[in-house]
Write a protein of this length. Structure first.
Lengths: 222, 241, 219
């Protein structure tokens, strides 16, 4: 007996897949924008922030980077309600992704800031800029340009990692695949198709992100 | 019979032809200096002779054997011709002695004690017998380059190619390396060297090749080339007006 | 109703942690071996093997590990009849780890200066000899910090195998939560155990990296 592959079901279930793709992209977009913003703030705090804040941020970054994303998600989804914090599945997923990417992008951006020549800080200071002004106008842009490739791959990693949110019933691409395979009993083909969709998304995202890098951080590579 | 026969060699990088038909015959025991501006193709020529670059046209043969770009022929060629690089390229994870021993053991399958004996002899020849156990990072540039020479000599090549071997050195270290080369020349080693040391070229070399825009522009004995350059380009290069 | 003490919870989680550790070790070692083969294909001279390796790495780095686990689970099911979760989990994690390690190591090999290849070639060494005696010994040293760093990703990656039914730390977390109705405590402890496994690896990777940088600056 040989297994007969079939992909005819795709046409029927295409709307389900499309909805899943939409939610995965939405999660990624929100996660990327807010996560990088959070990461930038944390990077600033670790480099130039008040002294009491530095260890707090450091602990946050270490805790997130050394635990699985799925456990972070479960902790927020199952654990926080027992403290009286109630959120929808989608909000939890968004929050978990922002918190996760925030920690990683903090480290990446910090590395970029550390690679800034000392003279840049000194030049800023000698022009009577405050440390924050120097950070904002002199340090941040070259640092972001330098680390944009690393940040881009981290965003793609977060997108791929978001597959786990299906486990708390967020109707993303993986959720759609699970749903379809429970109806058509063609698990292998269903997962092949959804895996390829992820691959296309990842490749497309890399292209788009490098395009964004060109627009946001023009000029010479540092 | 010439030891190295270079015949009508052409080499292109993309659309840029860097060697436009070079022919030079090198006799055993000759010391030849190749001079010229940067970009004249002199380093490329040397790299072609060692098979580090493939040639697009023409032929190179060493001791009668044709240079062909497959691994067996390349290996045979490289056993006959050693090369010294501008940046020394010592293996940083091995001591000076090990640097000299490695290829004897790996390529020629020389037993370890024999390879070590050869290594000690070669390091002694370049005046570094006491540095056998030193790592490259512990040596000065001049010492590193002398180890590199010992490493090439340990393979008992018929000729040595020297690619600007003093250009990366601090001025005060140039002399010790040139002294080694001078000694090799005196012992009858065939040398083909790209160099900016004009005085050395004049004193030690049997012939000087002036390359210009991918061609051999002038060739001759140093006293002729340096004292009576025939072309405007060579006069300019030598700073004569 | 049965009362669970904190110790009951912790003991159950720690017992399951053994499986997390074992799966991590198997994935890391197996992935390292497959990764080495991939590396040689990726930097070798044969064009076909090179393209195959590029495609493999792209595929495994560009898709979710969770999907790879599903595919291993249901794909192996098409071949055999009954796939135990540990087999699917181990297979997927090994293949996934291999892709990342191969890519990390390729970066290390390519960071070795071109002059090292040229000098060893000019001494008559063949490609394998150059690799064995000159390039790999140097690349290995640079490769240690990022390789140790990636082991953290492997440990965290094993958490996903709970979804296809492999009983390890995360799965135990769900089970214990369902029995105790103490999700905050249980998932908090699960997170701390993962942290205790991963943080020393992260830290040693950083320390090794710093040592290497200092050594390089001294050159």
């Amino acid at each position: 007996m040989t297994y007969q592959f079939s992909f005819a079901w795709i046409i029927q279930y295409w709307p389900v897949l499309a909805k899943g793709i939409g939610i995965t992209l939405e999660l990624t977009l929100v996660g990327a924008v807010l996560g990088v913003a959070l990461g930038t703030a944390c990077a600033w705090a670790r480099a130039l922030g008040p002294n009491w804040l530095k260890p707090v941020v450091a602990a946050y970054v270490e805790l997130i980077r050394n635990t699985p994303f799925m456990i972070q998600l479960f902790f927020i989804f199952f654990g926080l309600p027992s403290l009286g914090v109630q959120m929808s599945e989608l909000t939890v997923a968004n929050l978990a992704m922002v918190v996760n990417l925030g920690a990683y992008s903090c480290e990446i951006i910090r590395a970029g800031i550390q690679a800034t020549p000392r003279g840049q800080f000194e030049a800023g200071a000698s022009l009577a800029m405050t440390p924050f002004e120097t950070f904002r106008h002199v340090v941040l842009l070259p640092a972001m340009r330098r680390i944009w490739p690393a940040l881009s791959s981290q965003i793609v990693i977060v997108m791929l990692g978001s597959a786990v949110v299906s486990q708390i019933a967020v109707e993303d691409l993986t959720f759609a695949a699970n749903f379809i395979q429970s109806r058509n009993f063609r698990a292998f083909e269903t997962y092949i198709v959804s895996t390829l969709v992820y691959l296309v998304l990842a490749i497309a995202m890399r292209q788009i992100l490098s395009g964004i890098g060109w627009v946001l951080f023009p000029g010479r590579k540092a | 019979m010439s030891l190295i026969a270079i015949t009508e060699v052409k080499k292109r990088f993309g659309s840029n032809e860097v060697l436009k038909g070079i022919s030079i015959d090198v006799q055993p025991g000759e010391v030849i200096a190749i001079i010229g501006k940067s970009g004249s193709g002199k380093s490329t020529l040397l790299r072609c002779i060692n098979g580090l670059e493939t040639i697009d046209d023409g032929s190179i043969s060493v001791a009668g054997a044709q240079l062909l770009p497959d691994e067996i022929h390349l290996k045979a060629l490289r056993l006959k011709v050693g090369m010294i690089f501008q940046q020394f390229n010592l293996f940083p994870h091995l001591t000076a002695g090990r640097n000299v021993m490695l290829s004897q053991m790996v390529v020629k399958k020389t037993p370890k004690d024999e390879a070590e004996a050869v290594a000690r002899k070669m390091l002694d020849r370049v005046g570094l017998s006491q540095k056998f156990d030193a790592y490259p990072e512990e040596l000065s540039g001049g010492q590193q380059q002398r180890v590199a020479i010992a490493r090439a000599l340990a393979m008992s090549p018929m000729a040595l190619l020297c690619d600007e071997i003093t250009s990366a050195l601090d001025p005060e270290l140039v002399a010790e390396v040139l002294a080694v080369v001078r000694e090799l020349a005196a012992e009858g080693m065939t040398l083909l060297m790209v160099t900016h040391e004009m005085k050395f070229a004049r004193d030690v070399c049997s012939r000087v090749v002036f390359m210009h825009q991918g061609r051999v522009h002038e060739i001759g004995r140093p006293e002729d080339v340096f004292a009576a350059p025939k072309t405007v380009e060579l006069r300019q290069f030598l700073g004569l007006h | 109703m049965v009362e669970f003490t904190l110790w009951d919870i912790l003991r159950n989680l720690l017992l399951a942690t053994r499986w997390t550790i074992l799966l991590s070790l198997v994935s890391f070692v197996g992935g390292g071996l497959v990764g080495l083969l991939l590396l040689f294909a990726r930097i070798g001279k044969r064009r076909f093997a090179r393209m195959l390796a590029v495609g493999y790495i792209e595929l495994f780095q560009g898709t979710p590990l969770l999907m790879q686990l599903f595919l291993a689970f249901f794909g192996l099911g098409l071949v055999g009849i009954d796939v135990p979760a540990w087999l699917a989990a181990g297979t997927a994690l090994i293949l996934w780890t291999a892709a990342f390690l191969a890519e990390i190591w390729r970066g290390c090999v390519e960071s070795i200066a071109r002059g090292q290849w040229e000098a060893s070639a000019s001494l008559g060494m063949g490609r394998l000899q150059q690799m064995r005696y000159v390039i790999l010994p140097q690349a290995l040293k640079i490769a240690i910090p990022p390789t140790v760093g990636f082991s953290v990703q492997v440990v965290k990656g094993t958490a996903l195998t709970s979804i296809i039914g492999f009983v390890e730390l995360s799965k135990a977390g769900s089970v214990v939560t369902n029995a105790t109705f103490l999700p905050f405590t249980v998932y908090g402890l699960v997170a701390l155990i993962y942290f205790a496994l991963c943080w020393p690896l992260s830290k040693s990777s950083q320390i090794l990296e710093r040592k290497l940088n200092v050594a390089h600056r001294d050159h």
